[in-house]
Ligand binder design. Structure first.
Ligand code: AMP
Ligand code: MG
Length: 474
């Protein structure tokens, strides 16, 4: 285990040095052995009493230099000048096998100077949820924070009642958010902004430097990321600027969910009453967040504010084309297309419109194109049949056979996603002491494109299993 803690070498005002608060009795939920090995950690050791003590915050590994990061952000559009790591402690940066720096953070590690009214803790529900969804994202090829391990604390956490406490070991190439830049911009701390810019470029965008370079790279990365979410029917749920990662990776899994039945206006989060973060709003929100990053970086772009605004605006305006191109690429691939034709976007929308009208299951419909079963997802079969005729004609025009297209689709449209009702089932079982559903799901999600045709995890929820609302659960 080798640390090199670059964030801890930044000026003191950029973070607060705090160690995790020890817990009563650490217990193992899961250790991610392949990820541990990538990080140069021994998975056996992580499961030993010494390893568990580290995962629970009861002991510090040699080389750790724990701290909590300061950040600000707009929550649902409203400016909050100070947020920060209120329930997470960065143990340090591991040097991974590939030479990269990887933050090892304990989420749920106790109170910090940024906890405000909170207890700094997490309960088992959100820890299991984040573990499953972030690891599924990784297996699906989406840039994301990872889950190295989850442990119970042996202490209750008080929410609506007493719930079992837990801690997630989160791994990320950095935890620098749009809100981290906003925090220092609001304080007119140009030195901190410059240091953060350098760090973010070095961590996420090799070969890129300077505020304009960072803004441009982050704009591109967000466009790609959101197109990937859209292609999987994923709804983040809390796209506040403090939850927007400057490296374009998915971070802060709260009330997020993958859709079952498709509808563009779908919202799951119990706190998102106006649908600000609805499925179809995500592309616009992402560029709004990027515009906030641009604002924060203005003083570094040009000392003349008018010039800085002009240059930053030009970069932010590129997002629309980047996003449209990324979306088109993702959804063309979901139809198995190799070439581009003018009418493709309309063809994709005609399928989505029919899916929305008939509440067809997002994952099963697109996977069904690979398996010849998409038709079964439409309560009015003819709605699919008329669209399918157009699709087959389009494939014929580019000279692709249906078999070829199907084989391609099976590599981009998963059979298995962590469906809401399965996650909730795994959490309920875990709280009752049965970890089997969690492990079953965790294993299946490692190979989301290769599920057996009869795997029950492929099923959409039946009426009484449908989960309509998700909670932050903080
Ligand atoms: P999030 O919902 O993860 O985006 O968190 C928003 C802010 O609230 C961040 O500053 C968190 O650190 C803080 N926060 C969330 N839950 C807790 C908690 N249980 N205790 C202290 N701070 C929290
Ligand atoms: Mg957050």
């Amino acid at each position: 285990m080798q640390f090199d803690n670059s964030y801890a070498r930044l000026p003191d005002r950029m973070f607060a040095r705090v160690a995790p608060t020890p817990v009563a009795e650490p217990g193992l939920i899961a250790v991610n052995a392949p990820l541990a090995r990538e990080l140069g950690l021994d998975p056996e050791w992580l499961q030993s009493p010494e390893g568990l003590a580290v995962l629970a915050g009861n002991a510090l590994p040699e080389g750790a230099d724990p701290l909590t990061q300061a950040y600000a952000g707009q929550q649902f559009g409203n400016w909050v000048p100070q947020l920060g790591d209120g329930r997470a402690v960065l143990l340090g940066e591991l040097i991974a096998r590939d030479g990269s720096h990887q933050d090892w953070q304990l989420k749920g590690a106790g109170r910090t100077p940024f906890s405000r009214g909170g207890d700094g803790r997490a309960w088992m529900g959100p820890v299991i949820r984040e573990y499953l969804i972030s690891e599924a994202m990784h297996a699906l090829g989406v840039p994301t924070t990872r889950a190295l391990a989850a442990v119970t604390t042996g202490e209750p956490v008080w929410r609506e009642g007493a719930l079992p406490g837990a801690i997630l070991s989160r791994i990320a190439p950095s935890h620098i958010r749009v809100g981290t830049f906003q925090y220092f911009s609001a304080r007119e701390d140009l030195e901190a902004l410059r240091l953060l810019t350098d760090l973010a470029c070095a961590r996420h965008y090799p070969g890129v430097s300077g505020a304009e370079g960072l803004l441009e790279a982050a704009t591109r990365a967000q466009a790609e990321l959101i197109a990937q979410w859209m292609g999987l029917g994923f709804i983040h749920g809390v796209m506040n600027t403090d939850n927007a990662h400057v490296g374009g990776i998915t971070i802060d899994y709260g009330p997020c969910a993958y859709m079952d039945g498709y509808h563009p206006d779908k919202v799951f989060s119990s706190i998102d009453r106006n649908g600000r973060y609805a499925y179809s709003n995500q592309p616009q929100i992402a560029v709004w967040n990027i515009a906030q990053l641009a604002s924060a970086l203005l003083p570094l772009i040009d000392p003349d504010e008018a010039k800085a605004v002009e240059r930053a605006t030009a970069i932010v305006h590129r997002y629309a084309d980047l996003y449209q191109a990324a979306w088109g690429r993702r959804f063309r691939a979901k139809l198995g297309l190799l070439t581009e034709e003018e009418g493709d976007i309309a063809l994709i929308h005609r399928l989505l419109d029919r899916m929305a009208k008939l509440n067809a299951d997002f994952t099963r419909t697109f996977r069904g194109l690979a398996e010849g079963t998409a038709r079964d997802e439409f309560i009015e079969r003819e709605a699919f049949d008329t669209w399918e005729a157009e699709w087959l004609a389009r494939l014929a025009r580019e000279g692709s056979t249906v078999e070829e297209a199907r084989a391609r689709i099976a590599t981009v449209s998963p059979a298995i996603i962590p469906r809401n009702h399965r996650i909730e089932g795994a959490i309920a079982s875990a709280v009752a002491g049965d970890m089997a559903p969690f492990h079953r799901l965790e294993t299946a999600l490692k190979t989301p494109f290769a599920a057996a045709p009869d795997d029950p995890l492929r099923h959409a929820p039946v009426q009484n299993e449908i989960v309509r609302q998700t909670f932050c659960g903080t």
